[in-house]
Ligand binder design. Structure first.
Ligand SMILES: [Zn+2]
Ligand SMILES: [Zn+2]
Ligand SMILES: [Zn+2]
Ligand SMILES: [Zn+2]
Length: 481
């Protein structure tokens, strides 16, 4: 690990060990919003390929891809990506080709990730692939596996998956228990690789990035440029401070966040937001994000459960909503949501749209205006409306989500920036130049911090803003004439 320390020190970073937290990544100098703290290639990665969605193993694009003729499992966009990957895929291809066609169906992205992990270790130990202080198997070895916290069912699943890995690799000396442990390591350490708009594309293991701990109030953000992971500061991190990113969706009550962290990452968060659990401020926050709205449409008060458990009282105006009324609306919403989940594929878009509109209407009646589930329904509506090119309704819906985004994603949060971007794109399509400039400027102000300015995605955004400015001055000059 000494080698790693000196590699990190050059970048103003150090790894410290805290008894209650384990390893932490800390700074040895100040970092400012927008500054890159650390960036890495994955040790191994795979796209989340499925029957309907396949991507190139090298760059994750879905355009013009072809199946590898050898194994018929892996896809490439062309010879550049295929050649770069060949040293490792040559072995993987050979191993996968030995499996009968039927079994190849069970080679999921996680199975491939482990197979690639073992092949990379082998190639590095044979010096076919070079190693470096930040790119070697020892770093994977140092990751936590939490084996003792895993339930029996999961262990059985890992054992089955390990058998399949063994069947693929056919290495006589392989240790099945170690493979199972590596599956567990992946579950709590691997990162979901997303595109610039935070849509998931694949999974990667970045053992140095995995040293960074979680906070529900992070001072840094992880974004991807292709498969390249980049961590940028979103707050000033003073010298000696710990770098913290969020492993989960930070919108949600403390209970919701803690549940998600326990389930996937097997720890209890003690960040500044989480230690407030049970305090009045935290109860108010859950009542707003996940609770009910006042009966009076003009009142924005939040509701708390009555002590006799008969209903919920608005803390602003005192109006009471009965438990029965809430139950009735909630079950109507549930029935509709279940229906929409079960049958989206066989319904036409118009029916799906009206179903979500109905859910939204009911949620408006039931939930607090800042409710997360209402916001999520509106997200779905925006998507459907945009597919239907109904820009007017999509924009109206998008504007309704902005105050909620501002509240749950404060500061430099990529999701808030992306929502402004969506607004701006819709305003542009509707010819509203003035508001396009306002929205895109807000998007740039946030995304230049979280995403930098050099990616293709950001260049496109900056170009759109420039175009809008040009259009505005053209309009102005034609009025002058
Ligand atoms: Zn490619
Ligand atoms: Zn192949
Ligand atoms: Zn927390
Ligand atoms: Zn009220």
């Amino acid at each position: 690990m000494e080698e790693l320390q000196s590699a990190l020190e050059d970048g103003g970073l150090t790894v410290t060990n805290l008894p209650e937290k384990g390893r932490c990544l800390s700074t040895t100098r100040d970092f400012y919003p927008g500054e890159v703290i650390i960036s890495h290639e994955p040790y191994v990665c795979v796209p989340n390929n499925s029957h309907s969605d396949s991507r190139c193993d090298g760059c994750f694009t879905s355009n013009n891809i072809k199946k590898c003729s050898g194994c018929q499992v892996v896809w490439y966009c062309g010879s550049t990506c295929q050649k770069l990957d060949w040293k490792l895929h040559r072995l993987e291809c050979h191993a996968l080709s030995r499996l009968d066609k039927d079994r190849r169906k069970y080679v999921t992205p996680s199975i491939r990730l482990i197979v690639k992990l073992y092949l990379r270790r082998k190639l590095q130990s044979e010096k076919v692939i070079p190693t470096s202080a930040t790119d070697k198997y020892d770093l994977v070895e140092a990751l936590v596996a939490h084996m003792s916290d895993i339930d029996e069912k999961q262990l059985v699943l890992y054992a089955q998956m390990s058998n399949l890995v063994n069947l693929i690799l056919q290495w006589p000396e392989i240790n099945l228990k170690e493979i199972a442990e590596n599956f567990s390591k992946l579950a709590c350490n691997a990162h979901t690789i997303c595109d610039s708009e935070l849509r998931p594309l694949g999974t990667g293991l970045y053992p140095v990035i995995s040293i960074i701990n979680h906070s529900c109030l992070p001072n840094a953000v992880l974004v991807f440029e292709g498969r390249f992971a980049v961590v940028r500061a979103v707050q000033h991190i003073p010298k000696g401070g710990e770098v913290l990113i969020s492993y989960i969706e930070t919108a949600g009550s403390t209970m919701t966040r803690q549940k998600a962290l326990k389930q996937q990452y097997l720890f209890t968060c003690t960040c500044p937001r989480c230690i407030k659990v049970g305090q009045y401020e935290d109860i108010v926050e859950s009542a707003i994000l996940e609770g009910y709205g006042c009966k009076d449409d003009d009142c924005s008060g939040f509701l708390l459960r009555d002590s006799d458990d008969k209903g919920f009282t608005c803390q602003q105006c005192g109006l009471v909503r009965s438990k029965e009324e809430i139950k009735t609306i909630a079950s109507e919403i549930k029935a509709l949501s279940d229906e929409s989940l079960n049958s989206t594929s066989c319904r036409n878009q118009q029916e799906v749209l009206s179903m979500y509109k109905m859910i939204e209407k009911l949620q408006r009646k039931l939930c607090h205006p800042f409710s997360i589930s209402l916001m999520q329904t509106r997200e779905k509506l925006i998507k459907i409306l945009m597919e239907r090119e109904d820009w007017i309704q999509a924009l109206a819906c998008c504007r309704l989500t902005i105050p909620v985004y501002q509240r749950i994603y404060p500061g430099f949060h990529p999701l808030l920036g992306l929502q402004y971007y969506t607004c701006g794109k819709l305003e542009w399509l509707l010819g509203d130049t003035e508001n396009t400039i306002k929205s895109l400027t807000k998007a740039v102000d946030i995304l230049r911090i979280t995403h930098g300015t050099s990616s293709l995605f950001m260049k496109e955004l900056l170009m759109k803003l420039e175009e809008a400015h040009a259009e505005a001055s053209y309009k102005l000059s034609s009025i002058d004439d």
